[in-house]
Design a protein around this ligand. Structure first.
Ligand code: IMP
Length: 176
Protein backbone atom coordinates (compact mmCIF):
# COMPACT_ATOMS: atom_id res chain seq x y z
CA UNK A 1 0.00 0.00 0.00
CA UNK A 2 1.21 3.56 -0.75
CA UNK A 3 2.54 5.22 2.47
CA UNK A 4 0.20 8.25 2.03
CA UNK A 5 -2.88 6.01 2.05
CA UNK A 6 -4.69 5.53 5.37
CA UNK A 7 -6.89 2.66 4.16
CA UNK A 8 -7.93 1.00 0.92
CA UNK A 9 -11.64 1.69 0.36
CA UNK A 10 -12.15 -0.19 -2.92
CA UNK A 11 -9.67 -2.81 -4.13
CA UNK A 12 -8.48 -3.32 -7.72
CA UNK A 13 -10.36 -6.65 -7.83
CA UNK A 14 -13.63 -5.07 -6.62
CA UNK A 15 -13.33 -2.29 -9.24
CA UNK A 16 -12.78 -4.81 -12.04
CA UNK A 17 -15.69 -6.97 -10.89
CA UNK A 18 -18.06 -3.99 -10.62
CA UNK A 19 -17.01 -2.64 -14.05
CA UNK A 20 -17.83 -6.04 -15.56
CA UNK A 21 -21.29 -5.93 -13.93
CA UNK A 22 -21.97 -2.33 -15.00
CA UNK A 23 -20.75 -3.09 -18.53
CA UNK A 24 -23.28 -5.91 -18.84
CA UNK A 25 -26.15 -3.76 -17.52
CA UNK A 26 -25.23 -0.87 -19.85
CA UNK A 27 -24.98 -3.27 -22.82
CA UNK A 28 -28.54 -4.45 -22.14
CA UNK A 29 -29.95 -0.97 -21.46
CA UNK A 30 -28.52 0.52 -24.68
CA UNK A 31 -29.06 -2.47 -26.99
CA UNK A 32 -29.70 -1.27 -30.55
CA UNK A 33 -28.64 2.32 -29.81
CA UNK A 34 -25.70 4.40 -30.97
CA UNK A 35 -23.81 5.15 -27.75
CA UNK A 36 -21.15 7.72 -27.00
CA UNK A 37 -19.16 7.64 -23.75
CA UNK A 38 -18.00 11.09 -22.64
CA UNK A 39 -15.19 10.97 -20.10
CA UNK A 40 -14.60 13.99 -17.90
CA UNK A 41 -10.85 14.59 -17.75
CA UNK A 42 -8.68 13.65 -16.09
CA UNK A 43 -10.11 11.50 -13.32
CA UNK A 44 -12.44 9.34 -15.44
CA UNK A 45 -9.70 7.82 -17.62
CA UNK A 46 -8.99 4.57 -15.71
CA UNK A 47 -12.72 3.97 -15.06
CA UNK A 48 -13.70 4.65 -18.68
CA UNK A 49 -10.92 2.34 -19.92
CA UNK A 50 -12.00 -0.50 -17.59
CA UNK A 51 -15.75 -0.02 -18.15
CA UNK A 52 -15.68 0.14 -21.97
CA UNK A 53 -13.95 -3.26 -22.17
CA UNK A 54 -17.17 -4.77 -20.81
CA UNK A 55 -19.69 -2.91 -22.98
CA UNK A 56 -20.65 -5.10 -25.91
CA UNK A 57 -22.01 -2.41 -28.21
CA UNK A 58 -20.72 -0.30 -31.06
CA UNK A 59 -19.66 2.89 -29.31
CA UNK A 60 -17.65 6.08 -29.62
CA UNK A 61 -15.64 7.85 -26.92
CA UNK A 62 -14.85 11.53 -26.45
CA UNK A 63 -13.54 13.69 -23.63
CA UNK A 64 -14.39 16.99 -22.00
CA UNK A 65 -12.33 18.88 -19.43
CA UNK A 66 -14.31 20.89 -16.94
CA UNK A 67 -12.58 22.88 -14.26
CA UNK A 68 -14.34 23.66 -11.05
CA UNK A 69 -13.07 26.35 -8.72
CA UNK A 70 -14.27 28.35 -5.77
CA UNK A 71 -14.34 32.01 -6.77
CA UNK A 72 -14.79 34.89 -4.34
CA UNK A 73 -18.56 34.99 -4.95
CA UNK A 74 -19.49 31.48 -6.04
CA UNK A 75 -18.47 27.98 -7.01
CA UNK A 76 -17.91 28.19 -10.77
CA UNK A 77 -17.59 25.48 -13.39
CA UNK A 78 -15.77 26.26 -16.66
CA UNK A 79 -15.36 24.18 -19.87
CA UNK A 80 -11.60 23.95 -20.50
CA UNK A 81 -11.74 21.43 -23.36
CA UNK A 82 -14.88 20.75 -25.34
CA UNK A 83 -15.89 17.63 -27.30
CA UNK A 84 -14.67 17.05 -30.85
CA UNK A 85 -17.76 14.97 -31.72
CA UNK A 86 -21.34 16.15 -32.21
CA UNK A 87 -23.79 14.52 -29.79
CA UNK A 88 -26.99 15.41 -31.67
CA UNK A 89 -29.45 12.46 -31.61
CA UNK A 90 -26.91 10.18 -29.88
CA UNK A 91 -27.33 8.36 -26.58
CA UNK A 92 -24.77 10.02 -24.30
CA UNK A 93 -23.29 8.37 -21.22
CA UNK A 94 -21.18 10.76 -19.17
CA UNK A 95 -18.39 8.91 -17.34
CA UNK A 96 -17.21 10.49 -14.07
CA UNK A 97 -14.73 9.44 -11.38
CA UNK A 98 -16.83 10.74 -8.48
CA UNK A 99 -20.01 12.71 -7.89
CA UNK A 100 -19.50 14.91 -4.85
CA UNK A 101 -21.55 18.16 -4.68
CA UNK A 102 -23.03 17.33 -8.12
CA UNK A 103 -22.29 20.82 -9.53
CA UNK A 104 -19.91 19.65 -12.27
CA UNK A 105 -22.37 17.07 -13.48
CA UNK A 106 -25.27 19.53 -13.51
CA UNK A 107 -23.35 21.91 -15.81
CA UNK A 108 -22.23 19.14 -18.18
CA UNK A 109 -25.68 17.50 -18.33
CA UNK A 110 -27.39 20.82 -19.10
CA UNK A 111 -24.83 21.58 -21.82
CA UNK A 112 -25.29 18.20 -23.52
CA UNK A 113 -29.07 18.46 -23.24
CA UNK A 114 -28.91 21.85 -24.97
CA UNK A 115 -27.03 20.18 -27.86
CA UNK A 116 -30.00 17.88 -28.49
CA UNK A 117 -28.53 14.56 -27.42
CA UNK A 118 -31.06 11.74 -27.71
CA UNK A 119 -30.55 10.96 -24.01
CA UNK A 120 -28.03 11.95 -21.34
CA UNK A 121 -27.18 9.57 -18.50
CA UNK A 122 -24.31 9.26 -16.05
CA UNK A 123 -21.98 6.48 -14.92
CA UNK A 124 -19.74 7.23 -11.97
CA UNK A 125 -17.15 5.04 -10.30
CA UNK A 126 -17.84 6.62 -6.89
CA UNK A 127 -20.74 8.46 -5.31
CA UNK A 128 -20.46 10.63 -2.17
CA UNK A 129 -24.15 11.46 -1.60
CA UNK A 130 -23.54 13.03 1.83
CA UNK A 131 -21.87 16.06 0.18
CA UNK A 132 -24.53 16.74 -2.47
CA UNK A 133 -25.53 20.41 -3.00
CA UNK A 134 -27.44 19.91 -6.25
CA UNK A 135 -30.30 17.45 -6.66
CA UNK A 136 -28.75 14.99 -9.10
CA UNK A 137 -28.22 11.22 -9.17
CA UNK A 138 -26.01 9.08 -11.39
CA UNK A 139 -27.76 6.30 -13.34
CA UNK A 140 -24.91 3.79 -12.89
CA UNK A 141 -22.87 3.88 -9.67
CA UNK A 142 -19.80 1.75 -8.99
CA UNK A 143 -19.57 2.30 -5.23
CA UNK A 144 -21.25 4.61 -2.73
CA UNK A 145 -18.67 5.90 -0.27
CA UNK A 146 -18.65 7.98 2.94
CA UNK A 147 -17.67 11.69 2.78
CA UNK A 148 -13.91 11.10 2.96
CA UNK A 149 -11.24 12.47 0.60
CA UNK A 150 -10.17 9.63 -1.65
CA UNK A 151 -7.38 9.13 -4.18
CA UNK A 152 -6.36 6.54 -6.77
CA UNK A 153 -7.89 4.93 -9.88
CA UNK A 154 -7.96 8.37 -11.53
CA UNK A 155 -8.64 10.49 -8.46
CA UNK A 156 -5.93 12.94 -7.44
CA UNK A 157 -4.73 15.18 -4.67
CA UNK A 158 -2.61 17.98 -6.15
CA UNK A 159 -2.41 15.97 -9.43
CA UNK A 160 -0.79 13.00 -7.63
CA UNK A 161 -1.91 9.42 -6.96
CA UNK A 162 -4.08 9.02 -10.12
CA UNK A 163 -2.07 5.91 -11.05
CA UNK A 164 -2.84 3.89 -7.90
CA UNK A 165 -4.75 0.74 -8.97
CA UNK A 166 -7.22 1.02 -6.04
CA UNK A 167 -9.26 3.75 -4.31
CA UNK A 168 -7.83 4.75 -0.94
CA UNK A 169 -8.44 7.34 1.76
CA UNK A 170 -5.68 9.96 1.86
CA UNK A 171 -4.00 10.39 5.26
CA UNK A 172 -5.50 13.52 6.84
CA UNK A 173 -2.09 14.80 7.98
CA UNK A 174 -1.23 15.41 4.29
CA UNK A 175 -3.93 18.03 3.70
CA UNK A 176 -4.92 19.39 7.11
P1 IMP B 1 -18.57 18.02 -7.79
O1 IMP B 1 -18.88 19.07 -8.80
O2 IMP B 1 -18.45 18.57 -6.40
O3 IMP B 1 -19.49 16.83 -7.84
O4 IMP B 1 -17.10 17.60 -8.11
C1 IMP B 1 -16.70 16.44 -8.69
C2 IMP B 1 -15.20 16.54 -8.87
O5 IMP B 1 -14.54 16.92 -7.65
C3 IMP B 1 -14.65 15.17 -9.24
O6 IMP B 1 -14.66 14.96 -10.63
C4 IMP B 1 -13.26 15.23 -8.63
O7 IMP B 1 -12.38 15.79 -9.57
C5 IMP B 1 -13.38 16.16 -7.44
N1 IMP B 1 -13.49 15.40 -6.16
C6 IMP B 1 -14.56 15.31 -5.37
N2 IMP B 1 -14.32 14.51 -4.29
C7 IMP B 1 -13.05 14.07 -4.44
C8 IMP B 1 -12.22 13.18 -3.66
O8 IMP B 1 -12.58 12.62 -2.61
N3 IMP B 1 -10.97 12.98 -4.14
C9 IMP B 1 -10.50 13.53 -5.29
N4 IMP B 1 -11.25 14.36 -6.05
C10 IMP B 1 -12.52 14.64 -5.63
Amino acid sequence: MHPDVQEVLVSKEDIEKRCRELGQIISQDYAGQSLILIGLLKGSIPFLAELMKHIELELEIDFMDVSSYIGTQSHEVRIVKDLTTAVTHKAVLIVEDIVDTGKTLRVVMDLLDSRNAQSVKVATLLDKPANRLVEIEADYVGFTIPPKFVIGFGLDFDEKYRNLPYVGVLKESLYR
